[in-house]
Write a protein that binds this ligand. Structure first.
Ligand code: ADP
Ligand code: MG
Length: 239
């Protein structure tokens, strides 16, 4: 379980990016985090991951989250990633196995088999020897999913994984995440396309600096909660 208690973040001790956010996420689930630009969605993930300073508590498995980070796989928001880094697809995926290796231990036959298996699952078997800089956005995102698969973490945090990618890649990623959930994983996805919320997430967190709602998607994904987050002018077909 992931839990935050009165989580509070202010960048440069200035404006509050998150205010008293208390929530619980139980697995296995696929939980969406939605809210307008600047709502603090990425900030919430980064606080739990101990990448930034915060007030209050962040817990994973009832322990301080920062002591449990070996159980978490994280794919950051795209704009934060360096695509031009010279590394081949298989090598990039193999980085996910490092969590299970001892210091100085090399990636061996068993790990490479896991890498190839993961690449097959995301339909990129033929791309193993390509440079990541030569992939499309969707293919690269699938490489990062393959890295999550070999990492075999109990918790998977994805920050806007579908931005700027093709619908086939999006479909493959959602199928992969469904498989991971069925294996017992807890998946947390920052997302901004409201039209897919009902299809993709069984649990939902609605955020705008404060926690506005959290619970089963069917119970919290409604006009009242969305207006609280996005304002009165929001027009949402399916909600
Ligand atoms: P979201 O992911 O929901 O779009 P963020 O968590 O990225 O929002 O940002 C929340 C707020 O914190 C925004 O007002 C943003 O400008 C601010 N912020 C984010 N990162 C930083 C930073 N490194 N330094 C200063 N302010 C930041
Ligand atoms: Mg963000």
């Amino acid at each position: 379980m992931i839990e935050t208690q009165n989580l509070q973040v202010s960048y440069n001790n200035d404006v509050l990016a998150l205010e008293n956010v208390s929530l619980k996420i139980k697995g296995p689930t696929i939980t969406g985090i939605i809210g307008p630009n600047g709502a603090g969605k990425s900030t919430l993930l980064k606080a739990i991951l101990n990448i930034i300073d915060f007030g209050g508590k962040a817990l994973i498995n009832n322990n301080e989250a920062k002591k449990e980070l070996s159980h978490v796989a994280y794919v950051e928001q795209k704009s934060d990633i360096d695509y031009t880094f010279p590394i081949k697809v298989r090598e990039c995926v193999s980085l996910g196995t490092y969590a299970h290796l001892n210091l100085f231990q090399k990636v061996g036959k068993k790990q490479w088999e896991q890498v190839d298996e993961a690449l097959e699952k995301v339909n990129l078997k033929e791309y193993g020897n390509r440079q990541i800089s030569e992939l499309s956005g969707g293919q690269f995102q699938r490489v990062l999913m393959a890295r999550c698969l070999v990492q075999n973490a109990d918790y998977i945090f994805l920050d806007e994984p579908f931005v700027g990618i093709d619908s086939v890649s999006e479909q493959i990623i959602m199928e992969t995440l469904g498989t991971l959930k069925n294996q017992g994983k807890t998946i947390l996805i920052v997302h901004h396309d409201l039209s897919k919320v009902r299809d993709y997430f069984d649990q939902l967190i609605i955020l705008n600096k404060k926690l506005l709602a959290s619970g089963k998607t069917e119970e919290v994904f409604n006009q009242t909660n969305l207006r609280k987050a996005y304002g009165e002018n929001l027009i949402m077909g399916g909600a």
